[in-house]
Each structure stands twice: as C-alpha cells, then as structure tokens.
Design a protein around this ligand. Structure first.
Ligand SMILES: [Zn+2]
Length: 193
C-alpha cells in the first residue's frame, strides 16, 4: 500500500514560497527594487507577486492582498553575513517563508520537501535490494539480471515486479522534485513612486 507522502500533510512546494537566498541572487533585495515574481508549480502559475524592497523589510503584494516581512542580517563565523526573514508572529528567523500571508515552516506546520527525498531514497533502496536478490549489481542502469538457477519463477517475477515498481516510484519522485522547484521571476522592474 503506498503511503501518502509526507504523512498526508501539504507539501511546502504546493504553496507560495519565498526563499531569501533566491531573492538575493535575483536582485529582489536591492534597496528600492520593485520586481515581479511569478511562481509556478508543475507549469501552473500559483502566484504573481509584486515585491518591494523597503529599508529592512519587504512589502509583498499578491492581487489585492498585501503583506510585510522584516529582513535581518547575521554575521557568519568565517566572515560575511547571512540574510533572514523574520515574522512578528513567532519572532523566528527563517530563510524560506510559505503561503500568504507568509509564515515560517514551523508556523505553517508543513512537511519538508526532504520527505519526498526520503520516499525516493526508499524506492531506490528497494530497487537495489530486489536486484541484489537475483545476483545483480547495485547499478540501476544495468538491465535486471536473468533468473538465477534454483530460484522459483514466481519468486523471480515477484522481485522483478518489486524492482519495476520501486524504480518507477523513484523516477516519479525525482521528476516531481524537479518540476516543483521551477521557480521563475520575470524580474522586470515596475516604475512606482
Ligand atoms: Zn513562524
């Protein structure tokens, strides 16, 4: 029986998501910047946000709704600094915020995408195990080995079916993770003020 991923809780990737590192790399945090962020999940636009960089804060507007988040910096032990979001609701620093109004992962109680990773790893492990039972290597790219002498055909068929299922699951998980991370920004500045 396939288990619901992440214990059936909503995925972090299925909601609006702001990553401060990504915003920093794409110029969203430069003072005075007003930029548009178009976020897609599985090629579907889930939100179009307008993001304004104010002193030590971001103003985010989606449609008619508006939200604010504080920006903070911490010194890195080896020099340099790291940027963070901070919400008043919980006072936690966070590199990623979810949903709208925005909230840190703890406040939203979302499952980490790494639980998808776990699911994928489990699939790969099962596929390798089934291969090992019939004397195959752990390399999943090689063809599934023929039935060893002395192994019942039924046992072999069962292992083969388990291998195919586990492999398919792992591939789906990988593809899903790639699609869900397709975050893009139009990045064109909008004149305001
Ligand atoms: Zn929080």
């Amino acid at each position: 029986m396939p288990r619901p991923e992440g214990g059936g809780r909503p995925k972090t990737t299925s909601v609006f998501e702001l990553d401060i590192r990504w915003l920093g790399r794409n110029g969203f945090l430069e003072r005075g910047a007003v930029r548009r962020l178009c976020q897609t999940v599985n090629c579907r636009v889930i939100a179009e946000a307008q993001i304004e960089a104010k002193p030590a804060a971001l103003r985010i507007r989606i449609g008619e709704r508006c939200d604010w988040v504080h920006l903070e910096r911490t010194e890195q032990p080896l020099g340099g600094e790291r940027r963070w979001f901070r919400r008043d609701e919980c006072g936690r620093r966070a590199a990623v915020l979810y949903g709208f109004p925005l909230a840190c992962r703890k406040c939203r109680g979302l499952a980490y995408p790494s639980q998808r990773e776990t699911e994928r790893d489990r699939g790969l492990r099962r596929a390798r195990k089934a291969r090992a039972r019939v004397g195959g290597s752990g390399n999943l790219v090689e063809p599934f080995p023929p039935r060893p002498k002395g192994m019942h055909a039924r046992t072999y068929d069962r292992l083969w079916a388990a291998f195919i299922q586990a492999e398919r699951r792992a591939v789906e998980m990988t593809a899903g993770a790639l699609l869900n991370s397709s975050l893009m920004a139009t990045g064109s500045a909008i004149c305001e003020k």
